[in-house]
Design a protein around this ligand. Structure first.
Ligand SMILES: [Fe+2]
Length: 290
């Protein structure tokens, strides 16, 4: 009788150990997935064909970094910089939220990446919504530092980019708070017949604002890929300004003659976890076809 009771106890203990082991394994798997989802970089490459540029821009490559939210990739961004260098960009565009203005503001982390990126190629940068959560006391030294690194901060401004043979295209940088205003149309008109690349943090204004302004390309971010992506559907769960099951969370969209690229971004804001949604670098190579 005692032997039978001992056997039952042993079996019970084995079951408990097995159950704890399975739970630990699942927990480990979850953390490994979460770590991968937050740190494994995807590089998405596009080719954009146009007859609106001179041949001197054929092969011109634009690399986009967005929504860093202070993230530093391992060992001072080594992995991120390796990917950017491999792409051999002609320019790098930064489409806002490089600093997190919420719970984990870390301006030196944003400055670090911007300094490193500026050593690779000329950089053009616009504010997202998060930069506007900071105080002027925080922003003034930040802007001074990035100006020293050679970053072109575009505060509702145009910048001319020259090819090796002197032809130009125009980069228009619109501040996040000005997106709803008519300032984009004014800047687009000022650029005249130049090929126009718009940097604008929020993608949901493509139909209402960017396409009617007649810009050729748009780079935006803001939506973090929908934070959690539903496997095999290409859909994110939620995005600011678009709500649940948002339509524009990554990829390219075309309205009239305007093509927009959305980056899923590099970091996180309030919620610290991405699922099935790796940080992303976007790269667009221009191909001139006549
Ligand atoms: Fe963001």
């Amino acid at each position: 009788m005692k032997k039978q009771t001992d056997l039952k106890k042993l079996e019970h203990r084995r079951k408990r150990v097995r159950s704890i082991g399975i739970r630990l394994l699942l927990l480990l798997l979850f953390f490994a997935m979460a770590y991968g989802a937050n740190n494994r970089l995807d590089v998405t490459e596009y080719t954009y064909e146009t007859d609106a540029l001179s041949f001197s821009f054929d092969g011109f490559r634009i690399v986009q970094l967005s929504d860093l939210h202070n993230k530093v990739f391992l060992r001072e961004n080594e992995q991120l910089l390796r990917e950017i260098r491999r792409l051999q960009p002609d320019i790098i565009v930064m489409t806002g939220d490089m600093i997190d203005g919420g719970t984990h503001t870390d301006i030196p982390a944003a400055e670090l990446l911007m300094k490193q990126a500026a050593e690779i190629a000329p950089c053009y940068y616009v504010y997202g919504n998060h930069e506007h959560l900071l105080t002027q006391e925080q922003l003034t030294p930040f802007l001074e530092h990035i100006a020293e690194y050679g970053i072109h901060y575009l505060d509702n401004e145009n910048a001319k980019v020259e090819s090796k043979t002197g032809q130009t295209l125009t980069v228009i940088g619109i501040d996040d708070l000005s997106l709803q205003a008519n300032i984009l149309q004014t800047r687009a008109d000022e650029a005249g017949d130049d090929f126009k690349i718009l940097l604008a943090h929020e993608p949901q204004l493509l139909h209402a604002s960017y396409a009617p302004a007649g810009v050729d390309l748009v780079f935006s971010g803001h939506v973090h890929g929908g934070q959690f992506r539903i496997p095999f559907t290409g859909k994110g769960i939620w995005a600011p300004d678009q709500g649940f099951l948002p339509r524009m969370t990554e990829g390219s969209f075309k309205v009239k003659d305007t093509t927009m690229y959305i980056s899923r971004g590099l970091g996180n804001s309030g919620f610290p976890l991405r699922i099935c949604n790796h940080p992303e670098i976007v790269s667009v190579t221009l191909r001139v076809v006549k």
